[in-house]
Structures are given as structure tokens and as C-alpha cells.
Write a protein that binds this ligand. Structure first.
Ligand code: SF4
Ligand code: SF4
Length: 340
């Protein structure tokens, strides 16, 4: 089935109307009384680029009107910030307006407040023979994957694929995907504030003799916490292995999750507030493109491909040069990414 596109400018009141029009046209598989999870990212503590909660409220309102029982969810993350455990993450969500009172539905940490409510999904791919995901993948009867489309420092871009992959992954699975990613320092940008050293969970980061941080890559587990917490964007990911391996792992995790949810899911990419960085990063978000609108569809690979066309592949590449994000599409084809 083809994608549905509704242009919108986030600063205008018509953006909610555009989302509403898209929802009206979206063919969905949800039946009366079914619990339907709205998967989204409510933004890291201190992030300014996350999507406003009014969109989630509109989706929840629409689901209620269809007789479904919606809830909004995300999963815990690897780095400490404001989403490492469920309690902190719910506090961060509420601080960004994603509260049950405002949304009119529950806000849930889908891998449990302690990050342990997870299931293993058997698969047979090059890197993973099993993918560990939040138990919601089996518990919910339907999903709306609502993704903020933007550039991303590790994956090149973040949209529906990443929301299903990293967004559903347990903390262990997130770790498995990041295992080859290590920090690389730009001394030109570094202010020697020491935040990365304080936030490193393994002691791999320490202050060197000249006051600049140094990283013991043997101790480093690739959690990217230092990168996420650096207030001056002085750290980048450098990959131990071929950078394409990370792209392949994103696809494998997404494919294993998608296999379980493909018949009970619709997807919407929000191509508004398009930033250079993920909503995981605290700090000011740099916009790299004009607002475009909302794109709805029924499978993640085609939806992200179309989103890239609309935003401009060159815009995404310019934000993080050298990231082989095209590999996601090649590899999805190679492994026969499941279709609904
Ligand atoms: S140095 Fe490695 S282990 Fe420490 S925070 Fe950075 S990525 Fe994580
Ligand atoms: S957090 Fe960033 S700016 Fe601060 S010491 Fe680490 S790399 Fe340098």
C-alpha cells in the first residue's frame, strides 16, 4: 500500500489538522477494545527538539474514536540522562508534557520500570540469532509507530526503522547494537568540563594529564553515554568494525520486531522540527530542513525511504558526513525485510 502525505508547518495550528486528516485516511487493523501502543520518543531531559505531546494526544484521541484503548510508550536507555530507568523516564516524559492527564491515556515504560520486562525473539540473521525486545511487542494488540524523522549521529538518520529497532530493544539489545561504537574526541570543541568522565558507567573515560578526557577502549562498552552527555558535541562515534555493521544490526533488530508486529501496526513519520541530532541528546537542537509534514504508511523501510526523499538525502548526509546509512536499505533487501 502507498504512503499518505499531508504537508504541515509545525509552527502553525494547521499541523494538528494535517495529522488529523492523515489519521482519517489511514487504514488500520485495530478492533474495538484492543490495546494499542503509540511508540514514540518524548525527548531526553534537556533536549529541545522533541515533538510536542499534542501530536500524541491527537493520535490517542483518534484511537479512542476507533474503539481502541491507546497508551503511549517508550523503553529505557543505556546512558544515565533522564531515561535510564523507568521512574526517571516517566518524570522526563511528564516534564515534556507527556502525562496521562494531558494525553488522556496511560504512559508506559514498555520494558518495565526496571528494564527487565523483555522477551527474546528468535531470528536467523548474520549478527543476531535472537533479538531481545520490550515485552510490549507481545502484550499489545496493536501499534502506532510515531517517529520524529531527523538526522542521527550514529545511524545517519532516525525514523520508523530506528524507532522499531532501538526503540523496542531491551537495554541488553541496545548494548549489542552499540558494542562496536567508541567515542572519538575533538580537542578543538572540548572545554575539558569532565562531564563525559563523570557519566561513564565503566571507568573507561578519565581525565588525562592535559585535562582533556581519554578513553580506554578496552574498558569501553560502547554505551555512547559520554557522547550523549557531552554539552559541546565534542565527541563522535568511531566504529571498531566496519561502520556498516551498526547499520546492519539496526536492520536485523527492526526486522525481528517487525516480524512480530507487522500485521497489527500502522506507522507515521513526522517530518517537522527536523534536527541534526537525535532527541536523545540534551541541548539545543539545530534544525537542518524546513518543516515538511506527516507521512503515514504500513511498513517502515518504504516509509523511511520516502521520508529521505522528501527531506533530501544530501541534507541528511551533510549533517553527519561519512555515515553509510544507505546500507540500511541495501541490507533490508538482502535479508528480505518482512512485509505485512
Ligand atoms: S567511554 Fe565507552 S563506556 Fe564510557 S560512557 Fe563512553 S561509550 Fe560508554
Ligand atoms: S563532556 Fe565533552 S566537552 Fe566535556 S570533557 Fe568530555 S568531551 Fe570535553
Amino acid at each position: 500500500m502507498n504512503e499518505l502525505f499531508y504537508p504541515a508547518d509545525q509552527s502553525g495550528p494547521e499541523s494538528l489538522a494535517a495529522l488529523g486528516s492523515l489519521l482519517k485516511e489511514l487504514k488500520h487493523p485495530f478492533r474495538k477494545g484492543e490495546s494499542v501502543g503509540i511508540k514514540l520518543h518524548w525527548g531526553e531531559r534537556g533536549n529541545h527538539g522533541y515533538l510536542p505531546p499534542s501530536y500524541a494526544k491527537e493520535i490517542a484521541r483518534w484511537l479512542f474514536s476507533q474503539g481502541a484503548e491507546p497508551f503511549v510508550f517508550d523503553t529505557t536507555v543505556l546512558y544515565s540522562g533522564g531515561r535510564r530507568n523507568g521512574h526517571d523516564s516517566l518524570e522526563t516524559a511528564s516534564g515534556h508534557g507527556y502525562s496521562p492527564d494531558y494525553l488522556g491515556c496511560e504512559v508506559v515504560i514498555a520494558d518495565g520500570l526496571d528494564g527487565k520486562d523483555v522477551v527474546d525473539l528468535p531470528c536467523s540473521y548474520r549478527h543476531f540469532q535472537s533479538v531481545q525486545a520490550a515485552a510490549v511487542v507481545e502484550k499489545a494488540q496493536g501499534f502506532v509507530i510515531f517517529s520524529h524523522f531527523k538526522a542521527h549521529l550514529g545511524a545517519g538518520f532516525g525514523g520508523a526503522i530506528k524507532n522499531i529497532s532501538m526503540g523496542f530493544a531491551s537495554r541488553a539489545q541496545k548494548q549489542r547494537m552499540h558494542a562496536d561504537a567508541k567515542p572519538s574526541l575533538s580537542k578543538r570543541r572540548c572545554t575539558r568540563c569532565g562531564v563525559c568522565v563523570e557519566s561513564c558507567p565503566t571507568g573507561a573515560a578519565r581525565v588525562g594529564d592535559d585535562g582533556f578526557p581519554v578513553y580506554d577502549l578496552e574498558l569501553c562498552i560502547g554505551c555512547a553515554q559520554c557522547i550523549a552527555m557531552c554539552p559541546d558535541v565534542a565527541l563522535r562515534i568511531s566504529f571498531n568494525t566496519d561502520q556498516r555493521v551498526f547499520q546492519e544490526k539496526i536492520i536485523e533488530t527492526a526486522a525481528a520486531v517487525w516480524e512480530r508486529i507487522k500485521r497489527k501496526t500502522v506507522l507515521i513519520n513526522a517530518l517537522v522540527g527536523i534536527t541534526a541530532e537525535c532527541d536523545c541528546l540534551p541541548g539545543k537542537a539545530e534544525f537542518i530542513a524546513e518543516d515538511i509534514g506527516f507521512l503515514g504508511g504500513y511498513e517502515p523501510v518504504g516509509l523511511d525511504a520516502r521520508s529521505l526523499e522528501l527531506v533530501g538525502k544530501e541534507v541528511i548526509t551533510a549533517a553527519h558526513p561519512g555515515i553509510p546509512w544507505e546500507r540500511q536499505f541495501e541490507y533490508a533487501k538482502e535479508i528480505g525485510f518482512p512485509t505485512p
